[in-house]
Design a binder for this molecule. Structure first.
Ligand SMILES: Nc1ncnc2c1ncn2[C@@H]1O[C@H](COP(=O)(O)OP(=O)(O)O)[C@@H](O)[C@H]1O
Ligand SMILES: [Mg+2]
Length: 275
C-alpha cells in the first residue's frame, strides 16, 4: 500500500475500522448568518452522520431554509464552522455527493423547461461542461423512472401539478446518486399520491446508505424513517434528539392551538420537549 498522500487529500484520511469513526456528512458548529442584513441564524449546531436521517423542524421563519442553504454554501456564515464529509467548506469539492431539493415556490418561472431538462441539470456536477454521455442519459432515465415521471419527460415543468413538480426536483437530486440528500419541505403542497412516492423513494435511498437532511413542517408519513429531530426556534436549536414520535404539526412550535383535541395526551407529553 502506498504511504504517499497528497496534501490535498491529507484531511480526508478515514480510519478503516469502526463505522463510528467516519466523519460526519454535515458538521455545522455555531452557525451565525444574516439574510438581507437581518440576523437569522444565531449559533446553530447541526450534525448529520453517514446514513442518518435528520429532520429539521420549526415554525415558519425560524431559520430552517437558511440553515440548509448555509450547509450547501449558498448562505455564507458570519461566524461558525461548516464541514462536509470531513472537509472544511473551503476545501470541499465533491458537490456531486450532495443532492439538494430546494423549497418549492409557487411563482411560475419565465423560462420554459422540460422535465428531462430540469432533471438533467442534476448531472452538472458530474460532467461539468463536457457533453452529455450515454451514462448521464441513463442516469436521468433511472431517476425519472424512480419518481414515476418517465412518461412526462418531454412535458414542460410549468404544466405540472405541485406533486409532479416536486417529483421532478427530487429526480434532479437523485440523478447524481448522492451520499447526502437535502430536501426543504418536500411534502408541502404535494398530493397524497406524490407523498407516497416520495416516502418510498426516501426509504430506498436510506436503505442504500444515503444520509438525509429533511426540512419538515410536520413529521407526517416520513416519521418512521427519521432517526433524529432538530427543532429550530428563532435561529437557535431548541431541541436535538429523538423525533417527537406520534405527533403531528400540533406539537410543533408556531402552531396556533385554537381548537380542542379529542386526545390531548400526545400534546401534553411533547410540550416539554418542544416548548
Ligand atoms: N430573501 C430574504 N430577504 C430577507 N429576509 C429573508 C429572506 N429569506 C428569509 N428571510 C427571513 O429570514 C428568516 C428565516 O427564514 P427561513 O430560513 O426561510 O425560515 P424557515 O425556512 O424556517 O421558514 C425569516 O424571518 C425570513 O423573513
Ligand atoms: Mg423554509
Amino acid at each position: 500500500m502506498s504511504a504517499v498522500i497528497s496534501t490535498a487529500d491529507s484531511d480526508r484520511l478515514q480510519p478503516s475500522s469502526a463505522e463510528d469513526a467516519e466523519p460526519a456528512v454535515v458538521s455545522l458548529r455555531g452557525a451565525v448568518a444574516a439574510v438581507g442584513g437581518r440576523p437569522v441564524l444565531r449559533g446553530v449546531d447541526l450534525t448529520v452522520r453517514p446514513g442518518e436521517v435528520v429532520a429539521l423542524l420549526g415554525a415558519n421563519g425560524s431559520g430552517k431554509s437558511t440553515t440548509v442553504k448555509s450547509v450547501i454554501g449558498s448562505v455564507p456564515l458570519e461566524q461558525g464552522r461548516l464541514e462536509l464529509f470531513g472537509r472544511p467548506l473551503r476545501k470541499f469539492r465533491a458537490w456531486h455527493r450532495i443532492g439538494y431539493v430546494p423549497q418549492r415556490t409557487t411563482a411560475a418561472g419565465g423560462v420554459p423547461a422540460t422535465v428531462r431538462e430540469v432533471v438533467s441539470t442534476g448531472r452538472l456536477p458530474q460532467h461539468g461542461l463536457l457533453p452529455f454521455r450515454r451514462k448521464d442519459r441513463a442516469a436521468v432515465d433511472r431517476a425519472l423512472t424512480a419518481v414515476g415521471m418517465q412518461d412526462r419527460a418531454g412535458d414542460g415543468v410549468a404544466n405540472l401539478s405541485g406533486g409532479q413538480h416536486q417529483r421532478v426536483l427530487i429526480a434532479r437530486a437523485l440523478v447524481g446518486v448522492p451520499d447526502l440528500l437535502i430536501m426543504d419541505e418536500p411534502m408541502a403542497g404535494v398530493d397524497v399520491d406524490s407523498q407516497q412516492v416520495l416516502a418510498d423513494i426516501l426509504r430506498t435511498e436510506v436503505e442504500r446508505g444515503c444520509a438525509v437532511l429533511l426540512v419538515l413542517h410536520e413529521l407526517g408519513p416520513l416519521e418512521p424513517l427519521i432517526d433524529r429531530a432538530v427543532v429550530l426556534r428563532d435561529g437557535c436549536v431548541a431541541h436535538d434528539g429523538p423525533p417527537p414520535r406520534g405527533v403531528g404539526q400540533h406539537a410543533l412550535p408556531g402552531h396556533d392551538h385554537v381548537h380542542p383535541h379529542a386526545d390531548d395526551h400526545h400534546h401534553r407529553t411533547t410540550q416539554g420537549l418542544l416548548a
